[in-house]
Design a protein around this ligand. Structure first.
Ligand SMILES: Cc1cc2nc3c(=O)[nH]c(=O)nc-3n(C[C@H](O)[C@H](O)[C@H](O)COP(=O)(O)OP(=O)(O)OC[C@H]3O[C@@H](n4cnc5c(N)ncnc54)[C@H](O)[C@@H]3O)c2cc1C
Length: 343
């Protein structure tokens, strides 16, 4: 008799969750659930009219050989390519010898779609509670259905992950509670505006004043994301914190004024995205956290081990290793490139 494979449910179809799911799918029955309408999480792209915007992560850098190999796989698969070299300042690139900035082809979200290929991903599925059961975990979704799992990889931003555990009446060990509560994020308000002409942004189509109200601006048409002029403006953490509850009109007006673009937003084609947990500012020292004294549950994401897309990917890999070991997988399918070409 063939034994059913253990089921792993991955909460979150961002880079961390999809990376973990890809590795785990070789040995387990893996389901990924995400509350969003599509995959990618903060690797996000949106359309407004004819304009297309990367409005979360803007580019990818590699600082470890492991992740450089992953990005090389994405390049070979045609979903990533270099955008520019070095750090961007107020007037363009300020250290041309710095790290290569990779972008998605054609969008950042295309990388997430690539990672999701062949996986059982259920979007528009919000987990509202996670509770231990005799067999592992029981997950309540917002449509009032339950999903059972032998193990869980939880990649929602940590405050949201803690809320799911609290809703399931999970009692964390003192050490785990302290570790998770220590993690901090900063918000980022993003304005996405289709323009009535070229933005006037120089260099590779991006600037990073990092003062006043604007942290970063990118011209999505110069980047190759949009066929028509379209700018993404990211506010500084300070502006974002103080305007989290301001109306969209105020946020758009203030950031567009500060941007001093050559062209104007097209009426009705500017939107605000409120990233409440944009970037972790205090991360957990390990790449994932296995909760103590509970059925197998591994917390992962960019708040574990290192921020950014790289940190999220490496955390996803670490989480898959931890789950494999918790479920007694003798020879976990680790270290293969997280690229579909290699599946
Ligand atoms: C404005 C901005 C700019 C950035 N710029 C860069 C950059 O240039 N370079 C860089 O490397 N990084 C950048 N980052 C950071 C980068 O985007 C993240 O580090 C990375 O995408 C995080 O991936 P993740 O999988 O850990 O989390 P996420 O992408 O946040 O994925 C978590 C997923 O969990 C889902 N989820 C949450 N709660 C539930 C629930 N209850 N039920 C079901 N699903 C749930 C969410 O919908 C989400 O899809 C930026 C981020 C932002 C917001």
């Amino acid at each position: 008799m063939v034994m059913p494979r253990p089921r792993v449910v991955v909460v979150g179809a961002g880079v961390a969750g999809l990376t973990a799911a890809r590795y785990l799918s070789g040995s387990f029955d893996v389901v990924v659930v995400d509350k969003g309408r599509g995959v990618g999480g903060r690797l996000a792209t949106r359309r407004i009219g004819d304009a297309t915007f990367d409005h979360g992560a803007q580019f990818i850098t590699t600082h470890t050989p492991e992740f450089a190999e992953v990005v090389a796989g994405w390049e070979r698969a045609g979903v990533a390519r270099p955008w520019f070299q070095g750090r961007i300042g107020r007037n363009g690139i300020i250290d041309p010898d710095g790290h290569t900035r990779f972008r998605g082809v054609a969008t950042m979200n295309a990388i997430a779609k690539h990672l999701a290929e062949g996986l059982d991903v259920r979007v528009s599925s919000r987990v509202v509670a996670l509770a231990p059961s005799d067999a592992g975990w029981r997950m309540r979704l917002d449509d009032a259905t339950d999903v059972a799992a032998d193990a869980v990889v939880l990649t929602a931003p940590v405050p949201q992950a803690l809320a799911l555990l609290a809703a399931g009446h999970v009692v964390l060990s003192a050490g785990d509670a302290q570790a998770l509560q220590a993690i901090r994020y900063e918000p980022c308000l993003a304005v996405l505006a289709a323009l009535d002409g070229p933005s006037g942004l120089g260099g590779p189509g991006a600037v990073s004043p990092a003062e006043g109200s604007i942290d970063w601006m990118a011209d999505n048409s110069r980047k190759g994301v949009s066929t028509v002029p379209a700018v993404t403006i990211h506010a500084t953490a300070e502006f974002s914190r103080s305007h989290l509850e301001s109306s969209d009109e105020i946020v758009i007006e203030e950031l567009v004024r500060a941007a001093e673009l050559r062209a104007k937003p097209i009426e009705g084609q500017a939107q605000v995205q409120r990233w409440r947990f944009a970037r972790p500012t205090r991360v957990h020292p390990e790449r994932c956290l296995v909760l103590e004294g509970l059925p197998p549950l591994v917390c992962a994401g960019d708040a574990f081990g290192g921020a950014k897309v790289e940190g999220a990917a490496l955390s996803g890999t670490a989480a898959s290793e931890a789950v494999s070991s918790l479920l007694g997988q003798a020879d976990p399918p680790m270290r293969k490139s997280a690229s579909v070409e290699d599946r």
